[in-house]
Design a protein around this ligand. Structure first.
Ligand code: PNS
Length: 159
């Protein structure tokens, strides 16, 4: 079975990495699908995000990293993915994720979304908080994989 793990990953966090490590054990192949969102201003440019994700999952065999635009379900179908994976941190994620999985199910004529509960160690980490803390000069070392930490450290130093 092939799984698609879509998201903005701006930046990828330790919570995402935990989900990736777990789903690569459950599925034959995992595609990390990074949204190229024209409407949203990127914190990290798409090309760098892809590179950082690849560096952060180095050594994991059954995984690929790709970018996409448009509907997630269309991309999932074009890649032959059987399921979409999303992580759930807390009840506050639930409504948004429920709605999105239902729309996706409807639009795709039946593609399932499977949710993984985030490891409690990472349940407070979200990309938007990482951006905020990094922008304000806080230490994000424990929140993101090392390649992202180094990248942001450098980026902030030259701000
Ligand atoms: O990491 P995020 O920002 O929570 O990921 C959200 C994402 C990329 C999964 C979601 O915004 C998405 O699927 N966008 C693509 C457009 C789409 O298919 N939207 C859902 C149906 S309207």
């Amino acid at each position: 079975m092939k799984a698609l793990y879509p998201g903005s990953f701006d930046p990828i966090t330790n919570g995402h990495i935990d989900v990736i490590q777990r789903i690569t054990k459950l599925f034959d192949h995992v595609i990390i699908a990074v949204l190229n969102n024209q409407d949203k201003k990127d914190f990290i440019p798409l090309r760098d995000r892809l590179k950082l994700i690849k560096e952060s999952i180095e050594g994991t065999k059954n995984v690929s990293v790709e970018s996409f635009s448009g509907l997630t379900v269309k991309y999932a179908k074009s890649k032959g993915a059987d399921v979409i994976i999303r992580g759930l941190r807390a009840a506050s994620d639930f409504e948004y994720e429920l709605e999105m999985s239902q729309i996706n199910y409807f639009l795709s004529n039946g593609i399932e979304t499977i949710f993984l509960m985030t490891n409690p160690k990472y349940s407070f980490i979200r990309s938007s908080r990482v951006k905020e803390v990094a922008n304000l000069g806080g230490d994000i070392k424990e929140f993101v994989p090392n390649p992202v930490y180094k990248y942001l450290h450098q980026k902030m130093a030259f701000k």
